[in-house]
Design a protein around this ligand. Structure first.
Ligand code: CP
Length: 326
């Protein structure tokens, strides 16, 4: 168990070693057990978290806010439009000043080619740890909750199990590519063989794919890329299928939507789930475009673990906050 995470940032999934992630999960399960038993666990009494949002949220905001209260502290919700950021407060000011007010700064900034840079600039200026609540490149807290959920459903020995990280069609908006990028970086370290599936034009960032391959080599796990959703689902143990925008092809929303609309058949439905193993689990970080990205039959069906996944956001985030912000 790694015991010295105080003051650490979590911006990219690989900011934590595998052993440190195992520590986070151990603490998360302990906090989950304590909450189930109604045992107080006020490890962050009198501590405060500043949560700065440049993008909307349901789960992330609510789970960080509830989590801080359960740990005995307080989380301040700060919507970027209500600040003076548009009038001149730079990332340096935010890091310097909020870092003096708060014991941790959490930021969601998903603007393409800017969000991750912004979070790192804040971190450089902050004396308090900075937590990435999702940027254009990574969604590390989602990924920790996902890993926790997979271990709960499939056991600690994940070696030899096949995880599909697949693109799926959505019509609502161009979703960030942060979730699949975090998944391919993290999951191979824990024994899973990754099959990444997407239609041409929906590539993830080459440097991140190269790093995911390097992690797979280091940990002796599999990593393949396919462009056929049916082939990807075949014999899968874990199906994680969600939409992301074709950000490397175009950042124009209209052009991106037109590219997406060419692939409306990339949906997770009952026929495709039947290609996976009978006990395969279906995962999605939510929100999903129901009956477009995934059928309601799958989402509400016996293989779906989406609500357990959402719950685990609370426990995983509390673990990281308790370890970094005391
Ligand atoms: N999965 C997730 O991050 O959900 P929100 O966008 O609602 O926070």
């Amino acid at each position: 168990m790694q015991t010295n995470l105080r003051g650490r940032d979590l911006i990219c999934d690989l900011d934590l070693t595998k052993e440190e992630v195992e520590t986070v999960l151990d603490v998360a399960w302990d906090l989950k057990r304590k909450r189930a038993l109604g045992e107080p666990h006020a490890y962050l009494r009198d501590k405060t978290l500043g949560m700065l949002f440049f993008f909307s949220s349901t789960r992330t905001r609510c789970s960080f806010e509830a989590g801080m209260a359960q740990l005995g502290g307080h989380a301040a919700f700060i919507e970027s439009k209500t600040t003076q950021i548009a009038h001149g407060d730079t990332a340096k000011e935010i890091g310097e000043i909020l870092g003096r007010y708060f014991d941790g700064i959490a930021i969601r900034h998903c603007d393409w080619d800017y969000g991750n840079k912004y979070i790192n600039w804040v971190a450089e200026a902050s004396r308090s740890p900075v937590l990435n609540m999702q940027c254009d490149l990574y969604h590390p807290f989602q990924c920790l909750a996902d890993l926790m959920t997979i271990i709960e459903k499939k056991g600690r020995d994940l070696r030899g199990k096949k995880m599909v990280v697949s693109w799926a069609y959505a019509s609502s908006y161009l979703k960030p590519m942060s979730v699949p990028q975090s998944l391919i970086l993290q999951m191979g370290r824990f024994g899973l063989d990754i099959t990444l599936a997407y239609p041409p034009g929906f590539e993830l960032m080459p440097a991140i794919v190269d790093e995911a391959k390097a992690q797979a080599r280091r940990y002796g796990t599999g990593f393949e890329i396919v462009h056929d959703m049916d082939a990807a689902f075949k014999d899968a143990d874990i199906v994680y299928a969600k939409s992301w925008g074709p950000m490397l092809a175009t950042t124009d929303p209209g052009e991106g939507k037109a590219l997406q609309d060419e692939h409306a058949r990339w949906i997770t439905d009952e026929r495709r789930m039947a290609l996976a193993k009978p006990d395969a689990i279906y995962m999605h970080p939510l929100p999903a475009d129901r009956d477009i990205e995934v059928t309601s039959g799958v989402m509400d069906g016996p293989n779906s673990v989406v609500f357990d996944q959402a719950e685990n956001r609370l426990h995983a985030q509390k673990a990281v906050m308790a370890l970094t912000m005391w």
